[in-house]
Design a protein around this ligand. Sequence first.
Ligand code: IMP
Length: 420
Amino acid sequence: MRHICVVGLNWGDEGKGKIVDVLSSAVDVVVRYQGGANAGHTVYIGEDKKVLHHLPMGILHEGVAAVLGNGMVIEPRGLLEEVATVPASAVERLHLSDRAHVVLPHHTALDRAREATSDGDRKIGTTLRGIGPAYQEKSARRGVRLGDLVRPGFVEERLAEHIRAGAEGLELEEGAIEDSITLCREVRDRLGSRVQDTQSFLARLHAEGSRFLFEGAQGCLLDLDFGTYPYVTSSSPSFLGVGPGSGFSPRKIDHVVGVTKVYCTRVGEGPFPSEIDGAEAEALRAAGNEYGATTGRPRRVGWLDIPALRHAILLNDLDSFALTKADVLDGRATIPVTVAYRLGGEVFETFPTHAEDLSRVEPITEEWPGWGTISETTVRPFAERLEAATGIPVSILSTGKRRDQTVLLEPFESYVGAVR
Ligand code: IMP
């Protein structure tokens, strides 16, 4: 086993940051392939909390190269702020794709304007980071890429006009264009030497025998094509996004591990069949500290959803599960799990395509065995039920928020063990 991919199996916030962080010690390169500052990956090193938005978690490991792939959309201010929080030596390990797109003020303004004027069914509940509009401009073949910023004269001579044209009919904050130009100039001057053809870089390192970890942001139920459209993000957080988002052939990736909590959460609008409310939801939200790492919004909470997981398994050609936040449910005799849906008198175990159908299904829930205090042994009865329901084994168990509260099973015990 050489190259691996870590994806979120739900609607984001599954605890990928910590899993990527643990596995990063075993690889040479960590690659982000989609999304941007909408992501918020958290890791605890001792009691120190670190939240990264653009930078892959691997950047925190000495000697690990961090690639921001062409499939990403990069917010200059966010990137500069984050880079300032990591050691200077880490910046030398940063590789920014010259094909990654730049989030500009008119994207953020458009995201805000759309969300402010949408109501009812049309509101997405985005992170307001300009993600959708930036991808929209990319698809319209009018976007600005990091590679443009480093071309002589582009920032000074062409950027303002580009933003002005994109902002037509929108209200930009005062000074937004000037600010953006200053920030883009700073990205060019401070990080210009890190902007490169990352596809060729990965091809070269692959030929030299390096090990790669591809890090999906968000979760695959937010996938633009296969998620709960239109309540999705504008990229492909699933394994399917690796090829277009990095230029590296997914055929070379040996193992896809999907991260899921032992319950489910969602931020923003959209269907969530196993969602719970009232005091039960309050208690779960408090126990799991379920508030957004990027926006601080309280997350909606519910139970693990097997039909949704089956959809995610297919989408990611999944090899194994990483189970996270299991300690949050410590002490429960049993754990509710949604195993099927009922709609119009019919029972089914598949995940409907249409968000409207999904919002109308009634969850059918079973009680699965709980554990007293989470451990590799006590979680076994639950893990066996999960494996029987999905055909996918558990390979990683996270028993707490710290790096050292992680149980690696095969194949990761050997994968990480080989380099320790
Ligand atoms: P956008 O990506 O900001 O356009 O938001 C689209 C949807 O994806 C909204 O429901 C967001 O709450 C959700 N979303 C985006 N990024 C994340 C994330 O990193 N974690 C969880 N949800 C996210």
